[in-house]
Design a binder for this molecule. Sequence first.
Ligand code: AMO
Length: 447
Amino acid sequence: MERILIGDLKDHIGKDVTIKGWVDGVRDHGKVAFLVLRDRSGNVQAVASGDYNETALPAAQELGEQYAVEIMGEVKERPEKMKREEVNGELEFGIKEIVVLSKAEQMPFDMSAELNIDTHLDNLPLTLRTEKSRAIFKVQSEILIAYRAFLNKEGFTEFQSPKITGDDAEGGANTFSFDYFGDTKAHLATSPQFYKQIMTGVYERVFSTGTAFRAEKHSTSRHLNEYTSLDLEMAFIKDYKDVANLVADLMRHIVEHLKETCVAEFKLLDAEFPLAPKEFPMMKLVEAQELIKKETGEDTVGEPDLEPEHERWLCTYAKENLDSDFIYITHYPVSKRPMYTFEDPETPGFTGSFDMLFRGVEIMSGGQRRHEYDNLVEGIKMKGLDPDKFSYYLQAFKYGMPAHGGIGMGLERLTAKFLNIKNVKEATLFPRDMNRIDTLLHKNDSE
Ligand code: AMO
């Protein structure tokens, strides 16, 4: 019999059909057993009792959680008083025949319990199947769909950037390096920065979605050693505001798309859709610092960057006073930004760059780039780097490179902030951190 998806059962009331899926729960009451069955389209409660078929009950009682099964039975409408609010709550699936497709071992823990993060991460092949995890990564997948759709519509071309690089794009010390045939050292890309700039010379507007690697020895709720970087770069801009405006449109598009596709997931995770006004608030770093000083008495004016607590404060301020969950902070000092960052001629010493803060965390950096060859070489030298090491990248700037800019955004941080998730690792499918590549690298002292 042809397989019917659980999400389509409502179109087959009164008929015998076959479904395939996983057993998400079994309740055995002796004379009747209830199963929750899940496939890619949803869940349904199935009932095994003598009413439908007498072999069904003992077969159902043999099943355990996560068995993969094929079940034939009748789709019935529940009596009015038994109907439930949830999806398929108006239906009951009367089991007539069960075929076990793949058995499951005894569950190592109660799948419905709130697990601590290490147990969750140790058992991802199993715990990713929980309702909560499925909701998180469905939202993540929809963010990517919206990201691509918006940029395609705006004339951007997607490209794949290499992950093995000869040198580090950000000029920092946080790269993983490894032996690359003999005595050559290669690095894992910390960002597709150089390639997306080169590609603006090819397609004018480009974007990529791919992993980036940071050898940062941070053990925080927002740092990963491998993350998914959503990058875009666009040429023929007037200044950083052209980028910031397009990116605000992009974020509004993502929010609208999630409102259309992920209402159930937001509800399940107790998350609210963010406030994304027509114009995102924008403050220069120094203005933000002056505001913090005025409102809290804390004087950070002149510091080159914001502390995490000040990022949180600014986000609360923007939400309460400017009706926005998003805020741009611009004009970080030249000393604090990478060598490719454009210095704003209107504010010498400060860059035409920005960070976007969302619900207390920096989710994105970007801005205008140095597009004139000599100016870029000067930027490289200013950071104490050797322009010869960047000769490959520099070629692009010898042959007609217009003013351009772009952003890089961490998909996992963005997902976590959308969904009110405290630790970015919970919004990362298979997180890599200092202590873990799938399995723990070091046993805790206490173990
Ligand atoms: P930056 O280094 O600020 O900028 O990174 C941009 C965004 O990437 C995410 N991110 C991370 N997420 C999790 N763990 C990490 N260790 C981590 N590091 C970065 C953050 C951050 O805001 N090339 C520039 C971008 C540009 O100017 O286009 C860059 O990489 O969300």
